[in-house]
Design a protein around this ligand. Sequence first.
Ligand SMILES: O=C(O)C1=C[C@@H](OP(=O)(O)O)[C@@H](O)[C@H](O)C1
Ligand SMILES: C=C(OP(=O)(O)O)C(=O)O
Length: 443
Amino acid sequence: MTTLTATPMGKIPLKGEIAAPGDKSISHRSLMFGALAVGPTRITGLLEGEDVRATARAVAALGAGVERTGEGAWTVHGVGVGGLAEPECALDLGNSGTGARLLMGMVAGCPITATFTGDASLSRRPMSRVIEPLSRMGAVFHGREGGRLPITLTGPADVMPIDYRSPVASAQVKSAVLLAGLNAAGRTTVREPAASRDHTENMLRSFGAAVETRTEDGMIVVTVDGQPELAPQDIAVPGDPSSAAFAAVAALILPGSEVTIRNVGLNPLRAGLFEVLTAMGGEIDVLDRREEGGEPVGDLRVRGGALKGAGAPPANAAAMIDEYPILCIAAALAEGRTEMRGIEELRVKESDRIALMVNGLRAAGVEVEEHEDGMTVSGSGGRPPAGGCEIDASHDHRIAMSFLVLGLACAQPIAVTGAETIATSYPAFTDHFARLGADIQSR
Ligand SMILES: O=C(O)C1=C[C@@H](OP(=O)(O)O)[C@@H](O)[C@H](O)C1
Ligand SMILES: C=C(OP(=O)(O)O)C(=O)O
């Protein structure tokens, strides 16, 4: 088990430039959709974190040819929609909810049987949210009580198109149903209560599928026409805003810092955190706004200074769902209160992120109130919180990275145990922070 310790920076600012690592959501999808196309899909900038590597192994076990040709450069030789082979071994998706749920959708669309496993965290997470719609499409599941992994799934001979009203705004649920629907004869529809990230829709369109999105009765409605032939693509994966968030917040809370993060994906359904940080008074400039692989990207120049507490509007929660832990750290240093509500989904991520943030912030001397659906942080107005605590990452990369960033701004160091989980989404995290002048080391 790795323990990382963040040493307080005192009055020393962060300076320098890093490039955001490849987007995790788009990396998973590049491998999966490449596997469903006919012919070779070439990917550059793939995130080579543990979660995405687990997906690469899974699509290879399902019959696709998967080849690493250089750093972040991969080629997937697809087998076509409906062409997946039955894997000989269980598919181990490690820590990855995205990998497990999207692949369940792909397998449910084919007449094959596959067993899904994962680590202790993934085995606690609810899979019933995909089991329910995929069962309606004809798939049969055997799993643990409450729809937990390990789960064995058999897809039907003819998967049925459905019109599914999802109770949660979840890109994983939406994508699982659309992926099963790809092999159905007819049109599959998913309705969600708020817009979740739209990478599946955008990427499937570029692979040649007919995907439509509209708003109806206040719901976001997405349809896919089944049984297309998907054409292989060249994909340049943009940088991950969810990973860029850590250096951005670190720069904001350390006065005098000036950090540039290159190639950050700025899809509006992902960039909610940067809007909230700007509303808190954070100085974030977007330089060289451009398009990369069909997604808006830009370079972020972030300067440290005083922040003030602000509300994080629940209506935008889906556009920053993975960024609440690091928003809590910005809030901890801001002047005044930051209320975060409507985020009960955080309780079923890699950990119960509300409970872990509340307990960890209190251990570091930050005042915070817990709500069933969120938390309210009372900031220190820039004064260093006490720190001097040890945080168990609990198999959650975002908890680990958030408390290490807090440690940089505290009076005493913060140590994070189980920090190897950071490699699931951001293997270069400690290197990047060292490059900016921070001392986060194994000790
Ligand atoms: O589809 C995706 O790539 C993801 C969707 C989100 O999960 P939910 O669909 O559960 O909201 C997010 O938290 C996760 O990190 C990645
Ligand atoms: C929730 C996350 O990922 P996943 O659901 O894929 O495990 C995350 O990366 O914060």
